[in-house]
Design a binder for this molecule. Structure first.
Ligand SMILES: Nc1ncnc2c1ncn2[C@@H]1O[C@H](COP(=O)(O)OP(=O)(O)OP(=O)(O)O)[C@@H](O)[C@H]1O
Ligand SMILES: [Mg+2]
Length: 507
């Protein structure tokens, strides 16, 4: 029989304080089935309650350097839970030595999928172009909800699992929100924060585990319920508000009046978080944008730079991989997107039009600052053109599916319950829409000098695979998380769970 130690087992193993969990032991009622992966910070297990339905549980040591980011992840995920391109949040909490989050179980991450493809060094154009479109779609969903991810890389995208007869094993989901940051703030959140900060601090003994657990949970549900209401049926917060203020005297108002009113309503509720002049380094060296190396505040365009580097790596090596002679940031500054996507082994990959597209994307991204809405549309068009040139359809097998007989694959696909056409297949105007377009942008004045050294970096500019996180960044303190404030069990509101997969992707 499995054992559940309410104080958390997580026996310390060795002098470094690494936590060791036994397969078969139970945490928060979930039995550990096997270890899926070990990330930069935590261990991820496949878990189950009933041996029928399986989930993923990520566990992080509370005592790790920089602190665990699990509460931040819970915070972000509960706000994104209505979207189908992020794993469903099930429950999260903490024990004496560690914090955990239970999520929808996903399939392999992109790095694993590549490793088990027919040519593990190089995905075909038909495969990487389709993956790139899906990754761009998931990333825009995150941005449209007011968050930047700040750690875009292949390990943080995975395909889903086939469940309920739904074929989600060909759908790419984005996860790992431990470094995410809001770039849009809800004005009431700021007011609440002010109010909260004027209240006396709780003493450390005032844990939420026991007495106040119910109160906290209901607060979370209420807060989430409100947010869901605001978002229902719309693309982010803004649209629903637009709808709700257009009731009186609608017929007499011009379209311009309506636009002005909806812009006013948006600005009454939300505002851009001001870019800080300096930040600590956030992300992973291999994929970080030049701004991340400069330690500037990261915006949507920075996630897209990381995405572009990640896509290049799907078919070739990045020039800064496996070298420690030159600083990574210097190589990034020298490399143009056109050069990165040009592959001597496959000189016919890019057409003249695609070369121009890459130059336009580079120019567009270089012109973006923290507040800018990047032109996702031209990036999508480039990937779409690669897809068309490689003569694949969305039903064609991906490279990791090609090991079997292609005929059989098509039959297998046909036999699966048909899914509604996902939105990245027919995105319409989706990539053009900016839900924050009418929000006032503060003036942007980037700093040119970095005050904080990048932690743990070799003098040679060595590439670091592991994500860098430090709790000294005020944004982390602000976004998150007094670790003491994590309730022992935070459950997703049932309406969130029910609705999260039912809603069609927003147009
Ligand atoms: N819901 C999930 N289902 C299946 N596998 C998962 C899930 N979440 C995470 N994993 C696996 O565990 C790995 C590490 O998870 P995650 O990225 O969340 O942790 P991390 O410690 O923040 O990692 P890193 O710092 O290396 O990015 C992922 O790359 C993925 O392979
Ligand atoms: Mg990760």
């Amino acid at each position: 029989m499995s054992k559940d130690n309410p104080n958390g087992s997580g026996n310390e193993n060795g002098a470094d304080g690494e936590l060791k969990f036994e397969i078969g032991e139970t945490i928060a009622g979930f039995k550990l089935v096997n270890k899926i992966d070990e990330g930069g910070f935590g261990q991820v297990f496949k878990v189950t309650k009933d041996d029928k339905t399986f989930y993923a549980m990520k566990i992080e040591n509370s005592a790790m350097e920089g602190g665990s980011a699990i509460k931040l992840e819970i915070n972000v995920l509960t706000q994104l839970n209505h979207e189908s391109v992020f794993p469903k949040f099930i429950i999260g909490g903490r024990r004496a030595r560690y914090q955990y989050i239970v999520l929808e179980l996903l399939g392999d991450n992109l790095r694993m999928l590549k490793a088990r493809s027919i040519h593990p060094d190089c995905w075909s154009d038909g495969t990487w172009s389709r993956l790139a479109i899906q990754c761009l779609y998931a990333l825009k969903k995150m941005h449209d909800n007011g968050f930047v991810h700040r750690d875009i890389k292949p390990n943080n995208f995975a395909v889903g699992m086939d469940s309920d007869g739904q074929n989600r094993s060909r759908v790419v989901l984005l996860f790992d929100f431990g470094l995410a940051r809001k770039f849009i703030n809800h004005k009431t959140e700021d007011k609440n924060k002010e109010a909260a900060s004027s209240k006396p601090e709780k003493s450390p003994g005032d844990s939420l585990f026991s007495k106040n657990n119910n109160t906290k949970q209901s607060k979370l549900v209420k807060k989430k319920g409100t947010k869901l209401d605001k978002k229902a049926g719309g693309n982010g917060f803004a649209n629903k508000k637009r709808g709700s203020i257009m009731t009186k005297g609608e017929s007499t108002r011009t379209a311009e009046d309506k636009e002005k009113e909806s812009a006013r309503a948006l600005n009454d509720k939300f505002k851009f978080r001001i870019a800080r002049p300096h930040t600590d380094f956030r992300g992973t060296f291999q994929y970080a944008s030049a701004n991340a190396h400069e330690q500037l505040e990261l915006g949507r365009a920075d996630d897209i730079w990381s995405l572009m580097y990640m896509v290049v790596e799907m078919f070739t090596e990045l020039p800064w991989a496996n070298q420690d002679t030159f600083p990574v940031e210097d190589l990034k500054n020298q490399a143009t997107l056109l050069r990165l996507f040009t592959d001597s082994k496959n000189p016919n990959r890019l057409t003249a039009k695609m070369n121009e597209q890459l130059e336009a994307i580079e120019k567009m991204l270089k012109g973006c600052n923290y507040y800018s809405f990047p032109n996702y549309e031209i990036i999508h068009q480039f990937f779409k053109d690669v897809m068309t040139k490689s003569k694949v359809s969305w039903n064609s097998p991906f490279d990791w599916e090609k090991t079997g007989n292609v005929e059989e694959f098509s039959k297998d696909q046909r036999n699966k319950k048909p899914v509604k056409v996902p939105q990245w297949e027919a995105p319409g105007d989706y990539f053009k829409q900016d839900p924050w377009s009418t929000l006032k942008r503060p003036n942007y004045s980037p700093s040119t000098t970095s005050q904080h050294p990048i932690p743990n970096r070799s003098k040679k500019g060595q590439i670091r695979e592991k994500t860098v996180l430090s709790k000294e960044d005020p944004s982390q303190a602000e976004d998150a998380i007094s670790l003491k404030k994590i309730p022992s069990d935070v459950q997703a509101p049932t309406n969130v769970l029910r609705n999260s997969r039912e809603k069609p992707p927003n147009a």
